[in-house]
Design a protein around this ligand. Structure first.
Ligand code: ZN
Length: 285
């Protein structure tokens, strides 16, 4: 099952990229607001798996898709969760998950323009994003995937100067400029992947592939992250977990490379799809 937010309405998406309006198709059993699907995910997913997607006939333009989870109650992000990325960042591999947040107002959809903060050293980070489908408290690793609604694509855009030059480092603010958390294009249920713990993710800048990795290389895999987080906080339906980025970010290059106005970033995850963003100069707004 794939769910998306098409111009503000909850839709199911077929393999050939056409949409079916959930509110209409379910005769009102499920609301049009994409967020509500995650509040009653088990019932929704059960219903959605019975729908014949041959009926999906709405065309989808990437530009019409908004973030598939419009109002996540909480957004968790994990730093240094791939060994080679920790090493290119010049930091030690953590012995427990390194957790920060991206503030809600940094969220944006899977396509469009993103403003670059003036005088920033702005960097890309492709990440697989977990969307929670149930309240989770003190969940064991073996049960963790049962709490996941699905997976989607994210970018953990980062302004490195503020993130790393201060003492101590300042992750959440430096990664929460407006538009610094693009997510989408849709949420795909774990059963659609042959192995949800081994998925390829990559991103390209102006057509040049800059990152490519596989989630089997996560230092702390999805099940470990859910166990770790849920033993400390309550995870809520619709929460997002950005699971970390593989190597190949601009900070780790010789010479270092930062995002510039006019750059186009394409973010791809196998079995999900892609996001496309263009960077523009901040206007001060
Ligand atoms: Zn990250």
């Amino acid at each position: 099952v794939r769910v998306a937010n098409l111009a503000g309405r909850l839709v199911l998406v077929s393999q050939n990229g056409r949409a079916l309006d959930v509110h209409k198709r379910s005769a009102g059993a499920f609301g049009p607001d994409p967020q509500t699907a995650f509040d009653e995910w088990s019932a929704f997913a059960r219903w959605a798996s019975t729908v014949d997607l041959a009926e999906a006939d709405l065309p989808i333009e990437l530009e019409d898709l908004l973030q598939p989870v419009p109002r996540p109650p909480q957004i968790f992000a994990i730093g240094l969760n791939y060994r080679e990325h920790a090493s290119e960042a010049g930091l030690a591999e953590p012995d427990s998950p390194m957790v920060f947040t991206k503030f809600f107002s940094s969220l944006t959809g899977p396509a469009g323009d993103i403003c670059l903060p003036l005088e920033g050293e702005n960097d890309w980070e492709i990440e697989m994003v977990v969307v929670m489908g149930r309240r989770a408290r003190c969940v064991d690793r073996v049960d963790a995937w049962d709490y996941v609604a699905g997976l989607t694509i994210g970018q953990d855009l980062s302004e490195r100067r503020e993130q790393l030059s201060g003492t101590p480092p300042q992750f959440s603010l430096a990664k929460s400029h407006p538009g610094f958390a693009p997510v989408g294009p849709w949420v795909v249920t774990p059963d659609e992947f042959s192995d949800p713990d081994d998925i390829q993710l990559s991103c390209s800048l102006n057509g040049e592939e800059v990152q490519k990795g596989r989630t089997r290389d996560l230092v702390f895999p999805v099940s470990a992250l859910i166990a770790h987080l849920s033993h400390r906080v309550v995870l809520l339906p619709g929460d997002l977990i950005l699971t970390g980025t593989p190597s190949g970010v601009g900070m780790g290059r010789q010479p270092q490379r930062w995002l510039a106005p006019g750059d186009e970033l394409v973010s791809v995850i196998e079995g999900i799809g892609e996001m496309r963003h263009r960077f523009v100069e901040a206007t001060g707004a």
